[in-house]
Design a protein around this ligand. Sequence first.
Ligand code: SF4
Length: 426
Amino acid sequence: MRMIDDVLRLSASDLMRFKGCRHATTLDLRLMEIGDLRPRRDGAEAELLQRQGDEHELAFLARLKAEGRIVVEIPKDGIPLEESVRLTHAAMAEGPDVIFQGALLEGAWGGYTDFLERVERPSALGAWSYEVADTKLKRKPDPKHVLQLCLYSDLLATVQGVAPEAAHLELGSGERFTVRLAEVSAYARYARRMMQEFLAARPETRPEPVSACTLCRWSEACAERWDRENSLSLVAGISRSQRQKLEAAGVVTMGALAVREQRVPKMAVETQRRLVTQARLQTARRAGSPPSFELRDAEPGKGFGILPAPDDGDIFYDIEGDPYYPGGLGYLHGLWYREAGEWVFRAFWAHTREEEGRAVADLLAFFVEHMSRHPSARIYHYANYEIAALRRLTAEHRTGEAAMDQLQRERRFVDLFKVVAGAMIA
Ligand code: SF4
């Protein structure tokens, strides 16, 4: 978001941020107009991701060139967007196979595409037109990537006089994801209109924890504000609708929730009790008390109620993944179990994609063999990541799927996070 000659200039990143959190857009505006807040500087992780993203883009560029495609590169650094746009229009008129870093601009919206790919579909340019292809490190497309593709495709349609039929993502997995624009463009235009209406009306916003917070450049500013206000957002495990019910009842801080005795309308008694306990424990902790916990009432099928009887063959299992390996790598499966009465640690390592498949095949073969010798044993893990990762790895490597089905059918896996979360408040 920038103001150039009194005209607001918006990019796909601004739209994606707006879709993730409106308060982020409010803070972006404040930075641009008043400048009394500073966003968080990129950490090492963000820089690493940026570098890997650039490498992924350059690898795709090298592949296109190696295939013999004619590629025109539009300069980007040190020149205004308008000049890059002019060069992009000129290149499109020439009709090369690929335009790298093509710039597009119309009204408030503009930005740089990764690639414009020539297709043999007539347009105002001639017997050809272009479609947008962006490189993304992720294995799977994200809805916000689709918003970005739609924006660039609409800008492209104005230049070439015909709307592209499709747009593409070159994913970190090496796969290409193609979007049929007719199916999604209306929604993307609606999202852009919503953002422009928001910018015109400037409604008041406030920080509300959302999934976008983890990577948001305003996370420090929002955390500071929650802390200063002793906000309900600090209460672990509280949902937005629970906060709304509490606020409607006049409970607007974590401290007030910690001492709330009166019933909160429309909130289940047990939910209120859990939230009050949570707020009380956290309030005490903020005042300097040591960490503590309280047991929840025992309920069949919940908390300790889901723990099976212990068995000599029980296994404790954890998996480690490296998200920065191209496409991600499940590099270690660690097991802790008893062998001839002694506790032993066993590891299944993988340093390459090929080894990843072998490790998961060996691991599942070990599980099946071990369980056949210990018919009542279980495999304990913490949170759902292990199961989700095993399902993904067995599908990707086409190995051990039957073994995984069998283990799940036999209810061998026990999620200790569910046990802890259902048994206590901490
Ligand atoms: S940290 Fe969260 S609440 Fe704050 S602006 Fe970013 S996404 Fe919004």
